[in-house]
Design a binder for this molecule. Sequence first.
Ligand code: NAP
Ligand code: MG
Length: 402
Amino acid sequence: MAEKIKMTTPLVEMDGDEMTRILWKMIKDELLLPYIDLKTEYYDLGLEHRNETDDQVTLDSAEATKKYGVAVKCATITPNAARMTEYHLKEMWKSPNGTIRAALDGTVFRAPIVVKGIEPCVRNWEKPITLARHAYGDVYKNTEIKVPGPGKAELVFTAKDGTEIRETIHNFTGSGILQGIHNTDESIRSFAKACFNFALDTKQDLWFATKDTISKKYDHNFKDIFQEIYDGEYKDRFEAAGIEYFYTLIDDAVARVMKAKGGFIWACKNYDGDVMSDMVSSAFGSLAMMTSVLVSPSGVYEYEAAHGTVQRHYYKYLQGEETSTNSVATIFAWTGALKKRGELDGIQELTEFADKLERATIQTIEEGKMTKDLALITSLQDVTVLNSEGFIKAVRQTFDTI
Ligand code: NAP
Ligand code: MG
């Protein structure tokens, strides 16, 4: 066997929960460790260990990511009431993704992994659509009040020198609800720059949309900051690259996306991005056929799968039943991270390894070997449905022959 590829800087490895934790180990054992002298700094973000460490491990993993620059993350459980009892939790710990995004700031880019035989539901989409999701603030950092009864709700800002800005939100005549959300110009600026840079890197048009006609200050501020940065720093480079930036209303954007051919980046505010990325990815085939990377303004990268821990499959697995869980997004999280590590450290073999593993994964599916979720939607004839482990082994076989 050839010598293993050496690494110089460790990857920050964030392990996770349930079925994806099982896939994580299989991927390492079958597809990575035989070929790479894998160097990682390991953080166990599995719910049990988050609970044991009072979630400190999540904060530590985010700090390590800032230190080393590249992380790869397995899907993790975001606790709800049912998980509190299932895992005997001390607290309903926050979403690890939320915690990590808050620590690193930045933008999440999600793009479908396109393979022959899995055609998008939207017939005119010929090329992938990349979704760029702002990963800070708005409803994800909200303050909410359940209003018990009649009274006046106000929005108050107190400046450092004590001066106040005060607006009436509503005079309640009965019970209701209230929500306070925020964002910062700094975070919006870095969101804008991350999108413009990604568009230049990948030579694709950039679309951005909000609801600025209704939200004349909040959303309008996003629109203005994007325009200001575009005009000031990017316009010339976009023109030279032959690509375009344009702003439109979110409802217009949604309508246009459906009629478009694809091959562009769609920048979305945090909530729009959350919802639209699930829509775009499932229309392209499956959440398990999607790459996802968080790019921070300081140039830090965190790669993950876009789907969850696939709980239903995990319970079957625990019962000793066969599962056919798609590991493609988790494989691509690893290849994305290894590729970036190779690029940053100048280790060409590592970058080439990651490229080859991606090709092997795609080729395996295109040869008709796939998990059940894809078998149900493929246009290929004579497919072989493999179980979770069988698919990973098939990818290894392809890898060894190309
Ligand atoms: P999910 O894990 O994404 O799974 C939802 C369903 O989608 C599955 O039951 C399965 O459908 C299908 N599916 C998703 N990924 C698949 C894959 N790789 N291969 C085959 N089928 C796949 O979402 P969930 O069940 O709503 O959430 C489970 C847990 O994940 C929750 O605790 C949630 O907090 C967490 N979560 C984590 C992240 C993250 O860490 N990034 C993101 C979302 C959710 P069938 O059952 O019909 O086969
Ligand atoms: Mg979502």
